[in-house]
Design a protein around this ligand. Sequence first.
Ligand SMILES: *[C@@H]1O[C@H](CO)[C@@H](O)[C@H](O)[C@H]1NC(C)=O
Ligand SMILES: *[C@@H]1O[C@H](CO)[C@@H](O)[C@H](O)[C@H]1NC(C)=O
Ligand SMILES: *[C@@H]1O[C@H](CO)[C@@H](O)[C@H](O)[C@H]1NC(C)=O
Ligand SMILES: *[C@@H]1O[C@H](CO)[C@@H](O)[C@H](O)[C@H]1NC(C)=O
Ligand SMILES: *[C@@H]1O[C@H](CO)[C@@H](O)[C@H](O)[C@H]1NC(C)=O
Ligand SMILES: *[C@@H]1O[C@H](CO)[C@@H](O)[C@H](O)[C@H]1NC(C)=O
Ligand SMILES: *[C@@H]1O[C@H](CO)[C@@H](O)[C@H](O)[C@H]1NC(C)=O
Ligand SMILES: *[C@@H]1O[C@H](CO)[C@@H](O)[C@H](O)[C@H]1NC(C)=O
Ligand SMILES: *[C@@H]1O[C@H](CO)[C@@H](O)[C@H](O)[C@H]1NC(C)=O
Ligand SMILES: *[C@@H]1O[C@H](CO)[C@@H](O)[C@H](O)[C@H]1NC(C)=O
Length: 577
Amino acid sequence: MLATNIVSLLLLVVSLLARPARTASRDPKKPNFVYIIADDQDYATANPDIMPHLHKWLSQHGTNYTHFYTPMSVCCPSRVGFLRSQHGHSHNVTNVVLPFGGWTRFVAQGYRKDWLPTWLQSAGYNTYYTGKLMNGNTVTNWKTSPVLGFNRSALLSDPQTYVYKNASYAIDGTKLVSYPGNYSTDTVRDFGLEYLDEAASHDKPFFVGIAPIGPHAQTETVNGVSTFTDPVPADRHRNLFADHVAPRKANFNPVNASGASYVKDIARLNDTVVDYLDEWYRNRLRALQAVDELVDAVLRKAEQLGILDNTYFIYTSDNGYTVGEHRRQPGKTTGYEEDIRVPLIVRGPGISANVRNDGVHSNIDLAATIVHHAGAEPSYDLDGRVIDWSAGDKPSSRESGTATHHLSEFWVSQVGGAVEGKYSDLGGKILSKYRTLRIKEQGHDYAYTLWCTGERELYDMTIDSVQMNNLLSNSTLYGALNSTDSESERLASRLDSLLLNLKACQGSLCRRLWYNLFPEGEVQSLDQALQSKWDDYFDRLPRVHFDNCRDGYFPTEELPAWRNELVHVNKSLIAAA
Ligand SMILES: *[C@@H]1O[C@H](CO)[C@@H](O)[C@H](O)[C@H]1NC(C)=O
Ligand SMILES: *[C@@H]1O[C@H](CO)[C@@H](O)[C@H](O)[C@H]1NC(C)=O
Ligand SMILES: *[C@@H]1O[C@H](CO)[C@@H](O)[C@H](O)[C@H]1NC(C)=O
Ligand SMILES: *[C@@H]1O[C@H](CO)[C@@H](O)[C@H](O)[C@H]1NC(C)=O
Ligand SMILES: *[C@@H]1O[C@H](CO)[C@@H](O)[C@H](O)[C@H]1NC(C)=O
Ligand SMILES: *[C@@H]1O[C@H](CO)[C@@H](O)[C@H](O)[C@H]1NC(C)=O
Ligand SMILES: *[C@@H]1O[C@H](CO)[C@@H](O)[C@H](O)[C@H]1NC(C)=O
Ligand SMILES: *[C@@H]1O[C@H](CO)[C@@H](O)[C@H](O)[C@H]1NC(C)=O
Ligand SMILES: *[C@@H]1O[C@H](CO)[C@@H](O)[C@H](O)[C@H]1NC(C)=O
Ligand SMILES: *[C@@H]1O[C@H](CO)[C@@H](O)[C@H](O)[C@H]1NC(C)=O
């Protein structure tokens, strides 16, 4: 009991110390933010050959983050993660549609007056947003449950959101307009440019969010049934990239199946299907051209307006994407690297030009970072970390040494668009409930996943970045992990214990990887944790578990939860205290 109380006290003290200091001043020189978010763009396609303007305007003048991840690999949950700086298990908007996801769920959770745009307005910002906000903003509910927090907005509305040449927008919560024939990404660009003009004409600092749908699949919904076809490029781009094919990485339609049953059971694809995937991939590259032009237009406009120096420009995507990896049909939603790793490129005040940062960061860190620079004051302790944008490739100086891990989660057994395209019936069961931990520090680089089926996957990303050699392929469902049995189990016992304490974390405890397990600081890195003297501690901790694979996040069906009594307590230190 005593030990537990001291542990709780330590937890409290550290969580207070870990709260980011905030400037309350209304400094007229507060920075502006321009946030550009592509839809379903994977990390690999954000490169100079495919997006030269992105490279020229942002990478060459800023920091290119090479290990930036999404907390949930599907649109709406990921976007809510950004907008509230929270893990999926904290915001609990876990799907794109009701009952567990979409705008209506967001509203029902009471988030409409308590998210990034309202925090920024309270901190003296004017806020603007155009394009895709989240799934479930519709041509009817813009009026009944309007979006709050933006001074001006032009929001793509379902069922037209993913129709590239006939988008509907809810404008400022006052009217609905459609632009038949106009190319969606161009229309979003034009709204974005208009908002930049307007924002720059006021004295206040501003946030402008610009969210084109490229390169998401074209999605047409009739009577509630959505059909996903390849993305539609602008006419001016439709003949580009004629000789490109989906990258033939070692995990592209591999001869030997691997991984968890979700992908292991998919049959090898024949040439007809591979040709279809290649064309799908080419249309992704083509659709990205209008996004790249949008970046160019926005940065040119910012240059004309003279706001380049005091504005942060952030380029990212909501989730990654697969085309043929592990034999998969087009789509997202798993914890594999293609699905969770996304671009992040940032330029702005204090950020050095042409720098690369290989630290592990998460989409939920972005709003925490914006809030920090804006001097805004959220109503709760954010899960996300403040990214040190000036750090370049050095480890973050704030909360030093902790920018090494990322948690991705998923609780969806039915989602329109988990698997897309005309061969989606080949694509893997639509059953996807898992937790994935990415950890990268001191030469270690691992991806660990536990599925709701009890299957475990562990990949050494330093030698197996394509995730073809599951180091736990022989483990039984929910098999015990015993450090003395194998090096893989020793590793997995550590990673599973980290998952156990992160899987329901909130606030500062999410940001401090080893603290829950070792509040006295005996272990602060994976290297230290792997010492054999800790084998017994890690082997005896309860394992992460799912009772079932049903849709939705139900904490009582994922017991045990972390509790402080599980912590290793050094009795001699307690006695001395
Ligand atoms: C970001 O850096 C990675 C790794 O060096 C590189 O592959 C990618 O092309 C860069 N992206 C851009 C847009 O410059
Ligand atoms: C933007 O909205 C905020 C909050 O309602 C308000 O204080 C501010 O004056 C608005 N800005 C403009 C330019 O209307
Ligand atoms: C565009 O969408 C609207 C619905 O918002 C529909 O009424 C109209 O027929 C569509 N136009 C074309 C050209 O598809
Ligand atoms: C739609 O296209 C027309 C014709 O090119 C153009 O005049 C108009 O400005 C476009 N509208 C928007 C909102 O981009
Ligand atoms: C596929 O598995 C077979 C049998 O284990 C092995 O001989 C072969 O080398 C593997 N092929 C590849 C490309 O890994
Ligand atoms: C290739 O696979 C698809 C999907 O199973 C099937 O419809 C098609 O007939 C196959 N084509 C050939 C040439 O076998
Ligand atoms: C799984 O077991 C087989 C047969 O004992 C062995 O050859 C293989 O190396 C094991 N794989 C792993 C990843 O431990
Ligand atoms: C792990 O395996 C060793 C050797 O088989 C055994 O002595 C030990 O009790 C096991 N640990 C746990 C926690 O089961
Ligand atoms: C998440 O939502 C589900 C369904 O509404 C609810 O049963 C569950 O308790 C919620 N979880 C948390 C942590 O709030
Ligand atoms: C407990 O703390 C003491 C004093 O710092 C140290 O000597 C000892 O190694 C620690 N024991 C464990 C198991 O960490």
